[in-house]
Ligand binder design. Structure first.
Ligand code: COA
Length: 432
């Protein structure tokens, strides 16, 4: 059969594809903005047909209808990273949470969470029969490689990304054709606090450094202060629109990178159409599975690797909670520890935990004597190095517990310093 005939033999409607999924199956959904909406919508429409279908997902950027009240008889959401659309399901017991470093998620699909169906979204095939994973390579590609059945939504609006980012049509069981814009993530609002944090982080970034930036206002604020730097590189779990501007202005060249010289290396993307147009057929951007991009032994090989991540609370010993408020799971470890460790292992590397000094409209200090009851220690005190707030930079590695506590109190919000100093003096039997 020719490639065209192979392709045509696999094309089905979204309803026919949804019919291939059976009660009791474990489904892995394409990650983040790579979620294949058409087949999921069909499953929701015909929910009565299904019972006990486990839906494994990470950052759910779609509507996550399967996690809503009333769906629990049909679908059980198993989350590797809780977001706005899935927090309530996990908190109220309709869904589950599975802790896992992002770099190790592919291994879950090989061993402890075998995949019945991978539901993915890809580009149309090229002349050799290869479809690109587009905006989501991360665990989506490994899930497709380990799944018993692969159902792919072929969307002609999916950007074609390079690197190890392809699946051949012969490895897809069913194809659903679609044409819709990729989900967009609007740029965050960057306020004065974020700008001050961005400026403090930027003071730790030297020319030629390789950056990992998380998602949200703080990473975007950091980018604002990099306009005068030279020859920066990117090796990051994800990138957003801010990176495009720095490439266009010649700040990000990837010229000093010690591995993948000249290339932006990333495992997934979330931004606006501007980002998706930028990566489309762009040999400067290479996408690889997350077990490669987030592997600390790969990250460490980069030149002057800098990781910048955010968190919920830091205690006076430097223990970092990034994923729960007390017992309530609000996100996940994601690639935070992968990159903290990779940057720490890198010669001349720097790992930064950047956060506003307060939460809850200034009523809650994020620097605390003791983490809230039930809070997760996401990044341990042995791993954490720089902590940055709008009030400055605290460097913790090589410091005693007492020195750490002092450094952290120095960058706490002034409204909470007195209380923190009291705790310091009680704990260390020492005047501040
Ligand atoms: N006490 C109580 N609530 C707190 C809090 C604290 N110390 N810190 C944050 N919160 C609450 C906020 O009020 C907010 O609640 P809401 O959604 O009901 O408004 C929620 O937690 C999220 O906080 P916010 O400051 O809006 O989040 P953010 O978008 O800046 O993200 C993290 C912060 C920590 C959730 C995010 O960086 C994360 O998930 N990190 C771990 C994963 C990671 O680092 N991945 C690697 C890079 S992609």
């Amino acid at each position: 059969m020719s490639l065209n005939e192979i392709y045509a033999s696999k094309v089905v409607s979204a309803k026919e594809a949804a019919d291939k999924i059976k009660s009791g199956d474990r489904i892995v959904l394409g990650h983040a903005v790579g979620e294949p909406a058409a087949v999921i919508e069909e499953m929701i429409r015909n929910k009565e047909k299904y019972s006990n279908v486990e839906i494994v997902h990470m950052v759910a950027m779609g509507r996550a209808e399967y996690a809503k009240t009333g769906m629990e008889k049909h679908f059980r959401h198993n989350s590797i990273f809780v977001g706005g659309s899935t927090r309530d399901a996990v908190a109220s017991g309709r869904g589950d949470f599975t802790p896992c470093f992002f770099s190790e998620v592919p291994k879950l699909f090989k061993k402890s969470l075998p995949v019945d169906v991978a539901l993915i979204q890809v580009t149309p095939p090229d002349e050799h029969g290869y479809c690109s994973f587009g905006v989501s390579n991360d665990y989506t590609k490994p899930a497709a490689e380990h799944a018993k059945l692969v159902i792919a939504e072929v969307n002609d609006q999916m950007p074609r990304t390079m690197g190890d980012s392809f699946i051949h049509i012969s490895d897809i069981d069913y194809i659903v054709e679609s044409s819709h814009p990729i989900i967009e993530l609007k740029p965050p609002v960057i306020g004065e606090v974020e700008k001050a944090i961005g400026e403090n982080c930027a003071s730790l970034i030297e020319d030629g450094a390789t950056l990992q930036l998380g998602i949200g206002a703080i990473p975007d604020a950091v980018l604002l202060f990099l306009k005068d730097k030279k020859d920066l590189g990117i090796h990051s779990e994800m990138i957003s629109d801010g990176v495009v501007e720095l490439v266009e202005s010649g700040v990000i060249t990837n010229r000093k990178k010690s591995i993948h010289n000249g290339k932006i290396i990333v495992t997934f993307l979330m931004g606006t159409k501007k980002l998706y147009d930028f990566v489309n057929n762009n040999p400067m951007v290479e996408m690889y599975p997350v077990n490669y991009v987030n592997d600390p032994t790969v990250i460490m090989k980069n030149y002057k690797m800098i990781s910048i991540n955010s968190c919920v609370q830091v205690d006076l010993m430097g223990q970092v909670c990034s994923e729960s408020v007390g017992l309530k799971q609000i996100s996940g470890v994601g690639g935070q520890v992968d990159f903290v460790r990779g940057a720490n292992m890198c010669k001349d590397g720097v790992s930064i935990m950047a956060m506003p000094s307060t939460s809850g409209k200034g009523k809650i200090s994020k620097i605390v004597p003791i983490l809230d009851e039930g809070a997760t220690v996401t990044t341990s005190r042995n791993d954490v190095d720089y902590v940055v707030t709008e009030y400055g930079v605290a460097q913790l590695k090589g410091r005693t517990l007492r020195q750490r506590a002092r450094a952290l109190i120095e960058i706490a919000h002034p409204n909470f310093k007195e209380e923190l100093i009291k705790e310091y003096e009680k704990r260390f039997c020492h005047r501040f």
